[in-house]
Structures are given as C-alpha cells and as structure tokens.
Design a protein around this ligand. Structure first.
Ligand code: DGL
Length: 288
C-alpha cells in the first residue's frame, strides 16, 4: 500500500451522509487530498443484511486502495457495523477510522439518564452497537429509533420539508416524553438535519454529532504513522458516485460547502469500475 504523506484519505458512505464527516475532516485537515465514494446505487444501506453491506464496503475499500489511499474513513455507521472488523482483518496494513454511535459521551453527559439514539436498523443489529451499549451505557436508559425514510429524504436534499419533519417528530417526541435530554446521531446522514432536530427537541436537549471527534481521530492516526501532509500545494477533492452524477454534484456545495470533480462508477462483479461513457453515433467518423 501507498505510505506516502502525499497520498489521499479515502472516505466512503452509502451516499451523501459521509459528507458530514468529510466536512469535519476538511476543517481539521485542510491540507489532505480526499477521495470520496458515495455508493448511491445501493443507498440506503440501513435495511440491508449486514453481509451484503460488508461486500459493498470491501469493494469500495479495494477501489480506494487501488487509487492509492493511505487511510480509509468508513464515514457510515451502517458500513462500520457491518464491515469494520472484517476490513481490519482483511487489510491489516491499512489504517481505518470507523463510526460507532456516540453512546459513551452521551452517557457521560446525560443528567436525566435517558438518551435517544437515532441510527439505521443494521447499525442496531451489529455487534459494534451491542459492544458500546455493554461498555458505556450502564445505568442509562437508551431509546433507539431507526427513522424509516429519513436517509432517502436527505439524499434528495429535503432537509426541512414536511416529510422530513414528520419522520423526525415521530422519533423524537416520544423520546422527549420519556425524559431524554441527549440525542445521539448514529447515522452520518443525520447531522444535515441537525437544525431541524434541535428545533423539535428545543435548546435544552443536547444533540451529539460525532464527526469532529472522527476528524480528530483521523489526525491522530496520520500523525502516529508520520503520514500527515503539509500544505505546500493545495489539496485536491475528488468524488465518485455509483448513482446518477448530476444530483450528487448539485448537492455537494449545499451539504459540504465546496465541490470538486465527480466521476461516475458502476459495480461489476463486486468491483467498482469507471462508468463507460455513452458514445453518440453522430460523433463516430463517417465510414463509406
Ligand atoms: N450514512 C449511513 C450511516 O451512517 C448509511 C445510511 C443508509 O444508507 O441507510 O449509517
């Protein structure tokens, strides 16, 4: 694998959710080159079996390593739940940063002892969630909710419409009734609706977005390995999607606050390949 500090950080998610993590990484590590893969052909990951999500995560990891990634951020709680352990075993020389629901800081900060956790069904099923609950949630009442349909709304850029609000109210209002004073965002799509969440729960409820902590962990791992890039030349941002190009490119400035070239990819036998460009017959040379 490429161990040069000048190599890129690879970041991936089922879609635009990982951009909330990338936003924090850009603030923390503005000199780093970035490769971001959005597997929008398969979004949402949340309702899928863990083995299926693991196969996607492995395929994306192979793609990022082939492009020279020096570290990979699994910017998706669902893919982390499904694959982080397997990825570390399969690629032992690659540093991975993964997501886990921020139950630890929530348990430390709650005063009421009641914490709401918003995440996908696959995240709640994975061993990673069971392990954070066992390690950190003693004496705390956790209220899990899967927010069906929320990831799709965010993928469409509906960050504060009627549908998005009613999905969030269905999750959050019962949590408030049970006395929750802390809400954990256990899916990387959800920070994009944080203003709406905060509006629904009110200013006295703490909402935890783990992305700044993930960015700091990324810095620590790079520092430990001597792989931090110093900013002699500007950093490059390159994006890839397995879905339609245009909607992703249009959401980038809105969600990330910056943009870069977007290359479309297709899945072929479990591997990611650049999408063949449509050839126009008119462009073909005339053959007499
Ligand atoms: N953003 C992802 C997560 O953190 C995936 C959501 C989905 O595709 O269901 O879980």
């Amino acid at each position: 694998m490429n161990l040069s500090a000048d190599a890129s950080i690879g970041v991936f998610d089922s879609g635009v959710g990982g951009l909330s993590v990338l936003r924090a990484i850009r603030r923390e590590l503005p000199a780093e080159h970035i490769l971001y893969v959005a597997d929008q052909a398969h979004v949402p990951y949340g309702p899928r079996p863990l083995e299926e999500v693991r196969a996607f995560a492995e395929g994306i990891t192979r793609f990022l390593l082939a492009r020279g990634a020096k570290l990979i951020v699994v910017a998706c709680n669902t893919a982390s739940a499904a694959a982080l352990h397997a990825l570390r075993q399969e690629f032992p020389h690659v540093p991975f940063v993964g997501m886990e629901p921020a139950v630890k800081p929530a348990a430390e900060q709650t005063r009421s002892g009641v914490v709401g956790v918003l995440a996908t069904p696959a995240t709640f099923q994975g061993a990673l969630y069971a392990s954070v609950v066992e390690r950190f949630a003693e004496g705390v009442k956790l209220l899990p909710h899967t927010c069906p349909g929320l990831v799709s709304q965010i993928e469409q850029g509906n960050l504060n419409g009627h549908e998005t609000r009613s999905i969030l109210e269905a999750a959050l209002l019962p949590m408030l009734e049970e006395g929750a004073d802390t809400i954990v965002l256990g899916c990387t799509h959800y920070p994009f609706v944080m203003p709406l969440i905060q509006e629904i729960v009110g200013p006295s409820v703490r909402v935890i977005d783990p992305s700044p902590a993930i960015a700091r962990q990324t810095r620590r791992l790079l520092e430990m390995r001597g792989l931090l890039r110093s900013a002699q030349a500007p950093a490059s941002l390159n994006f890839f999607t397995t879905g339609p190009l245009q909607p992703f490119a249009m959401l980038l400035p809105r969600l990330l606050g910056e943009t870069g070239p977007v290359v479309p990819l297709d899945w072929k036998d479990g591997e990611l390949v650049e999408r063949a460009q449509m050839k126009s017959h008119k462009e073909k040379p005339y053959a007499s």
